[in-house]
Design a binder for this molecule. Structure first.
Ligand code: HPA
Length: 276
C-alpha cells in the first residue's frame, strides 16, 4: 500500500467513524472479545475500505470497531494482516498508519505468543519491554512515507511511561504481569526447538508472528506504543509437546477475562502516562 492508497483508505475510514479516536487497540488471535464490549459500536469490515483485502485466519474477525470503552474514544483493529499470509509489509502496517493519521496518540497491541522463558506457563501475560525483529523484513523499506523519519529511533519503541502505567494498573487489579523481550518471527511454521534455543540465547522471552512490523510503523508515525503478549503455549522444545493452533486459540479464550480487564483498565488510565 503506497502513500496515496493509504490516504484514500484513511479518508474512507474517517468518513465512517463517529469521532477522532484517542487510542487505537489491536486485538490478536483469540482476543477479539473486547470488541464486543465497545459501547455505541461502529463496525467496518477491513474489506469495505479501498485497497484492503478481506482477511483472516481462524480466530481473526477482520474488522474495525470504533466506539467508547471506559469513556475513551477507541478505534479497535480486531484481527490483523500477517506477513506469513503473504501480505506486503506495507499492508500489514497500513492500519497502524491509518490510526495515527486519524488522530490516535497511543497504540495498545495484544498478541498470542509462545513462552520461551521456562517460567512462562500458558496463560501468562507478558508486557513487552523490547523486541527482536527476526522476521527478515522491515515494513519501512522503500520510500519513506510523508511525515516519517528515514531512520526512526527505536530506543524506546515500547513507551516507558505506558509500560510503568501497565505494571501499576496490573498491580492495582491483582493481575500478574510478567515482562520480557518479544521475538517476532515470520512463520507460518512454529519454530524448531533449535530455533527456540537460539532465540533464548539472543535474549527473547516470548515468540510470535506479529506485532513487530506494527510497532516499527507506529514509532515512525509518532504513536506511543504499549504491547502485551498472552503466552498461549510453551515454545517448541520447552516441554517436548507438539504445538497446535487450536491450543493457541483455546488458551486465548481461557485468559480473555483477565486480559480484557487489564486492557480496559489501561485504556481508562492511559492519560495518566502523560504526553510523549
Ligand atoms: N510461536 C510463534 N507464534 C506463536 C506461538 C509460538 O509458539 N504461540 C502463539 N503464537
Amino acid at each position: 500500500m503506497n502513500p496515496s492508497q493509504l490516504d484514500t483508505a484513511t479518508d474512507a475510514l474517517r468518513r465512517r467513524l463517529p469521532f477522532e479516536p484517542e487510542i487505537m487497540v489491536v486485538l490478536g488471535s483469540g482476543l477479539g472479545a473486547l470488541a464486543e464490549a465497545v459501547e455505541d459500536p461502529v463496525s467496518i469490515p477491513f474489506g469495505a475500505l479501498p485497497g484492503f483485502p478481506a482477511a483472516g485466519v481462524q480466530g481473526h474477525s477482520g474488522r474495525w470497531v470504533a466506539g467508547h470503552l471506559e469513556g475513551r474514544r477507541v478505534l479497535i483493529q480486531a484481527g490483523r494482516f500477517h506477513l506469513y499470509e503473504g501480505h506486503p509489509p506495507t499492508m500489514v502496517v497500513a492500519p497502524v498508519r491509518m490510526g495515527a493519521r486519524l488522530g490516535a496518540r497511543s497504540l495498545l497491541l495484544t498478541n498470542a505468543a509462545g513462552g520461551i522463558d521456562r517460567g512462562f506457563e500458558p496463560g501468562t501475560l507478558m508486557l513487552i519491554e523490547d523486541h527482536l525483529n527476526w522476521m527478515g523484513r522491515n515494513p519501512l523499506v522503500g520510500e519513506a512515507f510523508p511525515g516519517e523519519p528515514r531512520f526512526p529511533d527505536m530506543t524506546a519503541a515500547y513507551d516507558p511511561a505506558l509500560r510503568t502505567l501497565a505494571l501499576e494498573v496490573a498491580d492495582e487489579l491483582g493481575i500478574p504481569l510478567a515482562q520480557g523481550v518479544y521475538a517476532g518471527v515470520l512463520g507460518p511454521t512454529y519454530e524448531t526447538p533449535a530455533e527456540i534455543r537460539m532465540l533464548r540465547t539472543l535474549g527473547a522471552d516470548a515468540v510470535g508472528m506479529s506485532t513487530v512490523p506494527e510497532v516499527i510503523a507506529a514509532n515512525a508515525a509518532g504513536l506511543r506504543v504499549v504491547a502485551i503478549s498472552l503466552v498461549t503455549n510453551h515454545a517448541a522444545g520447552v516441554t517436548g509437546a507438539p504445538l497446535s493452533h487450536d491450543e493457541v486459540i483455546a488458551a486465548g479464550a481461557a485468559a480473555a477475562e483477565p486480559f480484557g480487564r487489564l486492557v480496559r483498565a489501561l485504556i481508562a488510565q492511559e492519560a495518566r502516562a502523560g504526553a510523549k
